[in-house]
Design a protein around this ligand. Structure first.
Ligand code: ADP
Ligand code: MG
Length: 351
């Protein structure tokens, strides 16, 4: 087990793409850490650089306090699961799992015993003689996990391990992964572009954009208080409402609604400042009657989500999304009001 310490890590690929840009990151020993961000933001590059499969252009990577920046992958004791699992198609399940031990020149009997043990542990009993092509996606994923685990790595790196599974299997595999990680207590960095997955699994999350970390925090912190507009628009199963507004005295006026300006924000946001108000669809209460401080509009779309509905209000020409409980859904064309819950409006400077 080991902590990961990354300092000023930069990776520029031949051709000039700056995939990592002076990135700093600390992952604690035993932590389940998620890297979240849009495609192309540098998540895979970061994992591959920690594993030693890519060399750093500059900066350092330390594992358990020891600088490994110049060490080859085989001497870092890191287990990695790739997005496509990268199993050897011509080898049996057991030989695939045993492969890292073969590289480490362990004896045949020892290799087989430990591969069989890892296979059982991951629920692959009876499948050891099959080839990867004869397994389901979920089983292939478990083989890839078993192969990464068998060498007892200090660090576990998982690159979008659930992205090739269908929705139901993904949920099952997610629960399994969480339990496995807690049982083994091995430091794990888990890459995903799926924010729901990151929120559900991780102890902490880093949200990346263009080779940098834009916010790092617990799932609750990142969800409740996105630090900037990039994170605000990226996190959330339905995107956050972002409305242009203006500071007027002790209030903010946005899309016709007069909202209180929190005291702590007053020093930072002088009167007349143009801002963006962020409020999540989950944190708006829908009503068919006017209310002080509510956004007023006309219902344009009602989408049933099962258990709730996503209602789109047209508020002064801006769409405003509101989650409305079952049985309380309005009809398109109705007049409607959406009242933000206290303390749930986030204010951002534009840009
Ligand atoms: P992510 O995993 O977040 O989708 P990647 O780390 O794969 O992002 O890629 C980050 C950036 O680096 C992208 O612009 C990508 O096109 C570029 N990139 C990735 N691998 C290479 C490579 N081997 N050579 C050149 N550019 C690369
Ligand atoms: Mg990737």
């Amino acid at each position: 087990m080991a902590a990961i310490t990354i300092r000023e890590l930069t990776k520029v690929y031949p051709g000039g793409v700056r995939a990592l840009d002076a990135l700093d990151l600390d992952v604690a020993d035993g932590e389940f850490f998620a890297l979240l961000g849009p495609s192309g933001c540098g998540k895979t590059t970061l994992l591959r650089t920690v594993a030693g499969l890519e060399s750093a252009t500059s900066g350092t990577v330390a594992l358990g306090g020891a600088d490994v920046t110049r060490l080859p992958p085989g001497r870092r004791n890191v287990g990695m699961v790739f997005q496509d699992y990268a199993l050897f198609p011509h080898m049996s399940v057991l030989d695939n799992i045993a492969y890292p031990l073969k590289i480490k020149k362990r004896g045949k009997a020892d290799r087989h015993a430990r591969a069989a043990e890892a296979a059982d542990y991951l629920g692959l009993e009876g499948l050891g003689r099959r080839r990867p092509g004869e397994l389901s996606g979920g089983q292939q994923q478990r083989v890839a996990l078993a192969r990464a685990l068998v060498a007892e790595p200090r660090i576990f790196l998982l690159d979008e391990p659930l992205s090739n599974l269908d929705a139901r299997l993904r949920l099952e595999a997610r629960t399994f992964l969480k339990r496995l990680q807690k049982e083994l207590a091995v430091t794990t960095v888990f890459v995903t572009h799926d924010q729901a997955e990151a929120l559900a699994l991780a102890d902490r999350i880093a949200v990346m954009e263009k080779g940098r970390i834009r916010q790092l925090g617990t799932p609750t912190e990142v969800f409740r208080r996105p630090a900037n507009l990039f994170v605000a628009s990226f996190i959330g199963s339905t995107p956050m409402n972002l409305l242009p507004g203006r500071v007027e005295g002790e209030h903010v006026v946005a899309a016709g609604a007069v909202l209180p300006l929190p005291e702590e924000a007053r020093a930072e946001l002088p009167v007349g400042e143009e801002i963006v108000c962020g409020v999540r669809p989950e944190y708006l209460d829908y009503s068919d009657r006017p209310a002080d401080g509510a956004f007023a509009g006309r219902v344009s779309v009602v989408e049933h989500l099962g258990g709730s509905a996503l209602v789109t209000l047209d508020v002064e020409g801006e769409p405003l999304h509101v989650v409305v409980g079952e049985g309380r859904e309005p009809e398109p064309g109705d007049e409607g009001w959406a009242l933000p819950r206290p303390g749930r409006v986030l204010l951002y400077r534009d840009g």
